[in-house]
Design a protein around this ligand. Structure first.
Ligand SMILES: [Fe+2]
Length: 283
């Protein structure tokens, strides 16, 4: 099964209008010439345009910051099902993921990864279009059941010890019309009689995501460049690196398309669910 075409290199464009169009059509785009964090946040808002509600820097991805957070998360206990949270070392290739996955419906629908300084060596980025990946799986008789499972079966998207308030399929169209396809390392079946069968299908989804990541292209983002992402549709991550000078800001954006919008910053180390009312029912 060749799923490499679900992984892609975003185009580089030169205006916020063009970025908005390409982002809507292709799920990601790169903009250039952003010299500081404030301009990056402002540009992200401009790309979201009239639909923008909330945008702000969520965290700085640096080796030191990552190590600090990893130590805090490592001290957290396993949950009742034996699931344990962990943040991988910077030297490892990241698991493909949607940002804010711990927050379920409150995850940002837009993500802007602004590169202040790339790693001297390594740290290349990858993107996986979950819509394309599911279409590839659905077209292959050996994998069609996995696509069907992802599109129809409620699962538990929560992180160990931080339950979400709802179950949902891996892939869905939310009521604003946006497609959402999700992956992160803690996806679990809803507890019950079908748990083992669903776990086996989740493992197959994981296998497909890993294959798309590892067989598709990767790309380098230079200083001043920013990847604008449809965080509902596209998974992201970067290759391992060991450069303490690499600095990337993760800027989260919520638009009127989002299912729910938190009223303040979210804490990925202690990912408690926000209490803000949801904008809309998820479809
Ligand atoms: Fe991320």
């Amino acid at each position: 099964m060749d799923v490499s075409s679900a992984s892609f290199v975003p185009r580089r464009v030169s205006s916020a209008e063009e970025a908005r169009e390409v982002l809507a059509a292709e799920g990601a785009v790169i903009v250039t010439g952003l010299t500081d964090e404030r301009s990056a946040v402002a540009y992200g808002r401009e790309v979201m345009g009239d639909k923008a509600i909330r945008v702000g820097t969520q965290f700085e991805a640096t080796k030191a910051h990552g190590e600090r957070e990893a130590a805090q998360v490592a001290a957290q206990p396993a949950d009742s099902r034996g699931r344990k949270r962990s943040f991988a070392p910077t030297e490892e290739r990241m698991v493909a993921h949607n940002d804010g996955f711990a927050f379920g419906d409150y995850a940002p629908d837009h993500l802007f990864l602004w590169c202040e300084r790339p790693a001297a060596l390594g740290g290349d980025s990858f993107l996986v279009d979950t819509s394309r990946l599911l279409d590839l799986l659905a077209a292959d008789p050996a994998w069609a059941a996995v696509a069907e499972f992802c599109r129809t079966t409620d699962i538990d998207h929560s992180e160990p010890n931080y339950p979400q308030d709802t179950y949902a399929p891996i892939a869905r169209t939310v009521s604003s019309g946006r497609f959402q396809g999700r992956y992160h390392p803690y996806l679990a079946p809803v507890e019950g009689p079908s748990e083992d069968e669903h776990m086996a299908l989740l493992r197959k989804w994981e296998e497909a995501v890993v294959a798309a990541r590892d067989t598709g292209p990767m790309f380098r983002v230079e200083a001043g460049e920013m990847i604008c992402l449809d965080n509902y549709r596209v998974l992201h991550g970067r290759d391992g690196h060991s450069d303490p000078g690499r600095r990337v800001c993760s800027i989260w954006g919520w638009s009127t398309d989002a299912v729910a919008i938190p009223d303040g910053p979210l804490d990925i180390v202690v990912p408690k669910m926000p209490r803000t009312p949801k904008l809309r029912q998820s479809a």
